[in-house]
Design a binder for this molecule. Sequence first.
Ligand SMILES: Nc1ncnc2c1ncn2[C@@H]1O[C@H](COP(=O)(O)OP(=O)(O)O)[C@@H](O)[C@H]1O
Ligand SMILES: [Mg+2]
Length: 370
Amino acid sequence: MSKTKVGIVFGGRSVEHEVSLLSAKSVINNTDREIYDIYPIFIDKNGLWHRVNIDEWLKDGALKVCNNSFLTPSLNYQNPLFFEIEDSKVIDQIKLDAVFPVLHGTYGEDGTIQGMLELMGIPFVGASVLGSAIGMDKLVMKAVLNEASIPVVPYFGFYSHEWETQKDTIREIVLSKIGFPCFVKSADLGSSVGISRVVSDPGLNAAIDDSCRYSNRILVEKAVSKPREIEISVLGHENPIASLPGEILPHREFYDYTAKYLEEGTGLIAPAQINEKMTSKLRDLAIQTFKSLDCSGMARVDFLINSETEEFFVGEINTIPGFTQISMYPKLWDITGISFTELITKLFDLAIHRQNEKSKISTDIKERSE
Ligand SMILES: Nc1ncnc2c1ncn2[C@@H]1O[C@H](COP(=O)(O)OP(=O)(O)O)[C@@H](O)[C@H]1O
Ligand SMILES: [Mg+2]
C-alpha cells in the first residue's frame, strides 16, 4: 500500500520561529513512517520556503536547506502540488495528501496559512481560518466566549491609536473597571510577548506603551489572585474529547517569556492535583470552548483558577500548541492514554475527515423544489 504523503510546515515569520523548529522536530520524530512519507517544508525568517533534508537535521541538529520550494493555491493542477525548484526550474512535483502546519503565532496560527491551504483544497491539521483567527486574538476570543457564557477574566480593550489620542479616558476606565493588579497585553501575540503585570498606577502608562510596540490591539484585564494555571488538551472534530489536566508552576512572578524559554525552573505537572469535581468541570469547559471558537483537530485550553475562591476562567486557547518533547499538549494525551505517534496519526485522520466533510458543502445555488 502506498504511503500517505504529508507536508510538515515549520519555522515561519514569527517571534515563535525557534519554538516551531523544536515542535517540528518532535512531530517528525514521532510520525509513523510506516504510514506516512514526510515532506518537510521550512519557512525561513524572511518568508522563503525550502525543502530540507530531515535525516541530517534529526541526526546532527543542523538544519540544512536543500531547494527552494513552494505550494501553489492555484487549482490549475488537479491536485495540490508541492514544487521544488533549482535554478528557476521546477525539478520535482509532489502531490501532498495532507499538511501539518507546525507554526506558532503570526502567519502560522492566525488563519493566514490556513487560508492558503483552504484555497488549495488540501486537508490540514488544526483549526480552519475562522477558528485560527479567533483563537489568535484575545479580544475577539473573549467576546465570543462571553457570548457563550464561558467565564473569562473581566477586561477592557482598545486600539493603540486610541491610546495616543484618548489616554485620560482609557486610564479612567481601566482604573474604575479593572483596577490593580492587572495584566496589560497585546491582543494578537503569544509567548507572553508584550505582556506586563502592573501592580499600581505609575506602571500603567509604560506597560500600555510597551504593548503598543507589538500590536495595535491592546487589552487590560484583572489579575487573578494567587492563580493556578491549568491546561487541558482537546482533540477531535464533531465530537472532541478532552485530556486530563496539567498544571504550570512558573518560578517567576508569572509565566512570562523568560520563564517560558530562557530560564529553567518552571514546573510542569501532569496530571494536575485538582479534585475530581473541578477536573470534570474544566474538561467540559475545554470542550465547550473548543466548539464555541470553531476549532478543529487540536487545541490547548488554558485556565486560570483563583486558588482562594476557586473561581475559574478560560485564560486563552492555543490552536497550534507546542509540540516539543516536553510540551503539555502531547504530554497530556500521553497520560490520558494516547501516545505521541497515535496522536499525530489521529490529527492527520481528522484533517482528511474534515476536508471530506467540507467537500460535501454545496457551492452552487439550486432552487428548492416545493
Ligand atoms: N488575568 C491574569 N491573571 C493572572 N495571571 C495572568 C493573567 N493573564 C495572564 N497571566 C499570566 O501571564 C501568562 C501569559 O498570558 P496569556 O494570556 O496566556 O498570553 P500568551 O498568549 O502570551 O501565553 C499566563 O500564563 C499567566 O502566567
Ligand atoms: Mg498563555
